[in-house]
Write a protein that binds this ligand. Structure first.
Ligand code: UDX
Length: 437
């Protein structure tokens, strides 16, 4: 099939390359010439494990082309909208500027039989509105909503081997045709053995925000338990292991620590609350405000803990921060708990040096006031405290004895409960973590 993908960010670039890998002829369009130039040269515009390899594979086939020209979509039968829906500047609501612009850009180029497929995370009701725009421009074209559940760091795997596929389609013949077209796009091997749910627009839109709200709630639940563990002298990691053995609960997404960040969970739960408010259903998701608060309290607690172990003030202290990205295996620093903690410590007068395997450039753009150091040994040299705030493998596997010889004080704060506490303590470190004695 001939497919277009509008928006070549974390979602669109991976989707475009994956669709080409499935055998489709794909044109990717983005207004950002930097992204387009990188992809045209066969390189990923951001760090995502496996994407460079995938781009090399599909590059050799010639099935993926990219452009900054919106007219490049002409001739494609299925158009995926993969642009961002960030939090609005002045409220918790989602900013739909990019989605609207992407669809408006498609309208004059739609041919009879074309299908516009939304993948972006949007407030419920958006698909219906966009479907109206499509119908007005080309009555024989249709719109479907096909939410994406990929995780950064696992984006290629999640796209090519999804847990489930969800289609939101209109009623009647148009809906049936949309389902057939999407089935053709997601032909085997992708869709083989993958559960597929066909629903109406609002259900498909809600699936995405409901899933992210549940995940955020699960993380905040365990972090709320961490708060209790701290005052009761208990250990949240053992608690998570123990409740996680109950198959109804499950151990995944029960890692207590600095909490969730990134470009999805925080803004999605806020946009969900804003949309529920518009629909007069605020009480239904009022608990998400608490989920958000618990999450933010963890960042404050980390700063408090650092202040405490450094004798009541961080002013003038040298702090080594390990991790800037919002999670390992990503260069994304959007709403990164690690970077926020580093910035708060810097604002409180500490000399903060941040290291990260991939995210230094993005972090520097957001917080130019902090020091950045690509070399881990240099980062920790003469530090009064080492804070591990993103659990990259290279940090988890640090040798406490070796690092101990470089620092000024053997004080480590494990913001992700990711270190081997026994080994660090055996090497003479003062070890502190969130939710543990
Ligand atoms: C999330 C959803 O998982 C994905 O399905 C959706 O499509 C987009 O949003 P992502 O933001 O890439 O994906 O990362 P995810 O792995 O969900 O982690 C989100 C945040 O939660 C990270 O900051 C991570 O460190 C934190 N987290 C995760 C925890 O604090 N504890 C956990 O147990 C799991």
């Amino acid at each position: 099939m001939k497919i277009s993908v509008i928006g070549l960010g974390y979602l669109g670039a991976v989707h475009a390359a994956s669709m080409a890998q499935l055998g489709h002829s794909v044109v990717g369009v983005d207004i950002d010439p930097r992204k387009v130039a990188a992809l045209a040269a066969g390189r990923s515009p951001f760090y995502e494990p496996g994407l460079d390899e995938l781009l090399a594979e599909v590059g050799a086939t010639g099935r993926l082309t990219v452009s900054t020209d919106p007219a490049a979509v002409a001739g494609a039968q299925v158009h995926f909208v993969c642009v961002g829906t960030p939090q609005a500047d002045d409220s918790n609501a989602a900013d739909l500027t990019y989605v609207d612009a992407a669809v408006r850009g498609l309208l004059p180029r739609l041919a009879p039989g074309d299908l516009v497929v939304g993948k972006s995370t949007v407030p419920v009701g958006t698909a219906e509105r966009l479907a109206g725009m499509v119908a007005a421009a080309q009555p024989e074209a249709a719109l479907a909503w096909n939410p994406e559940f990929l995780r950064e760091g696992f984006a290629v795997k999640d796209t090519l081997h999804p847990d489930r596929i969800v289609y939101g389609v209109p009623d009647g013949a148009a809906g049936e045709r949309a389902v057939a077209q999407l089935d053709e796009v997601y032909a085997a091997p992708l869709a083989e053995h993958t559960p597929r749910i066909v629903a109406d627009y609002p259900t498909a839109e809600l699936v995405k925000v409901a899933a992210n709200s549940f995940l955020a709630t699960k993380i905040s639940f365990i972090n709320a338990m961490a708060e209790l563990c701290e005052v009761a002298g208990a250990d949240v990691t053992l608690l998570a292991d123990a409740i996680g053995y109950d198959a109804r609960i499950g151990r995944r997404f029960l890692n207590a620590g600095l909490g969730f960040g990134g470009g999805c969970l925080p803004k999605d739960i806020r946009a969900f609350m804003a949309r529920a408010g518009e629909l007069g259903a605020d009480p239904a998701v009022a608990f998400l405000a608490e989920v958000d608060d618990i999450n933010n309290r963890r960042r404050a607690r980390m700063v408090e803990l650092a202040t405490e172990v450094l004798g009541g003030s961080v002013a003038g202290k040298r702090i080594a921060v390990l991790g800037a990205s919002f999670k390992p295996d990503s260069d994304d620093v959007r709403d990164s708990p690690a970077l926020e903690v580093a910035a708060r410590l810097g604002a409180a007068g500490a000399t903060v040096t941040v290291t990260d395997p991939r995210a230094i450039e993005n972090a520097r753009a957001r917080h130019p006031e902090l020091h950045y150091e690509p070399d881990l040994d240099v980062t920790v040299t003469c530090a009064d405290a080492v804070l591990v705030l993103t659990e990259w493998r290279e940090f988890r596997e640090l040798d406490p004895e070796r690092v101990g010889r470089l620092v000024a004080g053997r004080v480590v704060l494990d913001g992700r409960n990711a270190l081997d506490r026994t080994a660090w303590q055996a090497a003479g470190w003062t070890y502190r973590a969130l939710g543990r004695r």
